[in-house]
Design a protein around this ligand. Structure first.
Ligand code: 6CS
Ligand code: FE
Length: 276
């Protein structure tokens, strides 16, 4: 659970970093399962535009038993319930690979802008847990954020008309050139006032951040991979409304059943790879 001081920090800055959230052994297991799903040729994956490397895989918790357990561990669920003051379910699950020698950038954005406009999420009462599977350092494209930027609400954006095959339209919301671009003047004003913070950390450290916090990251030309696993919990009272073209379930969950925190922590290290 968060202490009073951590809660205050979250409210003021929009993020908190927790070192050693997972042990080295746990993070090795999580990473092995992450790699298996990144390598699995599934429709839940998206590739980098120039190198063709795997950029990300989504919705592993719907397919992979290990990740079905991971999203239920009380370490996550209790914290999410505390922050959101409600029961929670998973809105989105993704593993971002940011491969060495060619992982591509993420444009500046606010997650809640995408979730409101693409998925019909009514408010920003949701929360992200970013699990560092590799060390994030100065060289491998760490996540950058603007402290306190969640307090200004949603900023203005310019939206591209996407003419893709409707079946693949979701890809423009998770690719190198995003469908919604944050207005540069709004970004500059915030960055000048609040500064930009890069979040570095050891494997096993977790960044908890608000869905309206402005963030992005550069490409990775270093020899070091930068894999992140990102769990986004939403309050049950903030369940998605109807939209014209809902994104696939693996990107925006529409099963709003509350998760009961489970003492499945042991599953993290007991799961054998053959159990996948
Ligand atoms: O569209 C989405 O849901 C995703 N896209 C971005 C750029 N960030 C949030 C979320 O993962
Ligand atoms: Fe994001």
């Amino acid at each position: 659970m968060f202490s009073e001081a951590q809660l205050r920090q979250y409210t003021t800055n929009g993020y908190v970093v927790i070192d050693d959230f997972f042990t080295a052994k746990e993070i090795r297991h999580i990473s092995e399962h992450a790699d298996l799903d990144l390598q699995n040729d599934s429709p839940r994956r998206v590739l980098e535009s120039s190198s063709g490397f795997v950029r990300a895989v989504h919705g592993s918790h719907l397919e992979v038993p290990f990740f079905r357990s991971l999203i239920r561990i009380s370490r996550f669920v209790n914290l999410a319930q505390q922050i959101l003051d409600d029961q929670v379910y998973i809105h989105q699950f993704k593993i971002n690979a940011k491969k060495a020698y060619g992982g591509e950038l993420w444009e500046w954005h606010q997650d809640s802008y995408f979730w409101k406009h693409e998925d019909g999420m009514p408010t920003d009462n949701s929360v992200n847990f970013v699990v560092h599977l590799d060390e994030a350092n100065d060289a491998n494209g760490p996540l950058m954020l603007i402290p306190g930027s969640h307090r200004n609400g949603l900023l203005s954006y310019h939206t591209d008309q996407v003419s893709d095959d409707p079946k693949d339209a979701w890809k423009s919301t998770v690719s190198v050139a995003l469908k919604h671009h944050l207005d540069h003047e709004a970004l500059a004003a915030l960055a000048q006032n609040n500064g930009i913070q890069a979040v570095t950390g050891r494997p096993g450290s977790v960044l908890v951040f608000h869905p309206t916090l402005v963030h992005g990251s550069t490409g990775n030309m270093s020899p070091f991979d930068r894999r992140l696993l990102i769990l986004s919990y939403n309050a049950v009272s903030n369940a998605l409304g109807e939209v014209e073209s809902p994104r696939p379930e693996f990107l925006a969950g529409r099963t709003f059943t509350p998760i009961r925190p489970d003492d499945a922590e042991r599953a993290l290290t007991d799961f054998q790879l053959s159990g996948v």
